[in-house]
Design a protein around this ligand. Structure first.
Ligand SMILES: N[C@@H](CCC(=O)N[C@@H](CS)C(=O)NCC(=O)O)C(=O)O
Length: 253
């Protein structure tokens, strides 16, 4: 199997986590943003990653990849419950994370880091193929400008997206009151999606790609991360990474 990614992308981490849980060997074909288009388009006809290429077909959405992986997991490790209402609940939670938390975290991270070349350049460079690395002096400024324009990144987003991430976390908190998992009594796709998509805003341990040096981050960003880590949902994400992010087979660099 081949997982086409932007290595540091949090939607790609969502798919990678599921594959690692499956314990299967796969290769990761990681690219810089924008430079991922040819591989993604060729495999799926779409511009977004992750894309999973398998003998059974091509899956071009992170949740579709989770659904594909699920039947291969031992029953006790399945990500989606069998029972219809429980399954719908998990699916709704995953969709909420995809729709709200994913885009908010992405714009928040870029708002803080696009102006920090000594942090953002190595992050992007580690996701590049060797050929892309050789073209980095030309590619890097295009990638950074492309992200900034494409996602309309501005400094105001540091605060506004932070407030929105917090609002998403507050909305999830009641589900976690006195509970170990977001839905039901075991780890599900909802916990995985929340954790993978929030990870860049929490400085999680045990992430296969993101290992930021907290001291190198802008002080304001660090303060916001600290605040998010204190929330119930933030605590949950840290716990899910600590207890459930096995990565023996991780193809991540
Ligand atoms: N619904 C998709 C969203 C994935 C997504 O937003 N991927 C981003 C990287 S984080 C991407 O490929 N963006 C490139 C583009 O939109 O052109 C999924 O869950 O797989």
């Amino acid at each position: 199997m081949r997982l086409i990614t932007i290595g540091f992308s949090h939607y790609c981490e969502k798919a990678r986590w599921a594959l690692d849980r499956m314990g299967v060997n796969y290769t990761e074909d990681s690219h810089a943003p924008l430079a991922h288009y040819p591989a993604a388009l060729r495999a799926s006809g779409q511009r977004t990653v992750p894309v999973l290429v398998t003998d059974d077909g091509v899956f071009a959405d992170s949740t579709d990849i989770l659904r594909y992986v699920d039947p291969f997991l031992p029953e006790a490790a399945r990500l989606f419950p069998e029972e219809e209402d429980a399954r719908r609940d998990v699916t709704d939670l995953v969709e909420t994370c995809d729709r709200e938390i994913g885009p908010r975290v992405r714009r928040w991270v870029y708002a803080w880091l696009l102006g920090e070349p000594e942090i953002v350049r190595p992050l992007i460079e580690r996701s590049m193929t060797d050929a892309e690395k050789r073209m980095s002096p030309i590619l890097m400024p295009l990638v950074i400008a492309g992200i900034k324009r494409g996602l309309k990144i501005s400094p105001e987003l540091r605060e506004s997206q932070f407030e929105k991430i917090k609002a998403s976390f507050v909305a999830l908190a009641p589900r976690l009151a006195g509970k170990k998992y977001l839905a039901g009594d075991s780890f599900s796709a909802a916990d995985l999606a929340l954790a993978a998509l929030s990870a860049p805003a929490l400085g999680v341990e045990n992430h296969p790609v993101l290992h930021p040096d907290p001291d190198a981050l802008p002080a304001g960003m660090r303060a916001q991360i600290e605040e998010l880590r204190e929330t119930r949902a933030g605590q949950h994400v840290l716990t899910m990474y600590r207890d459930h992010r096995k990565q023996e087979n991780s193809a991540a660099k």
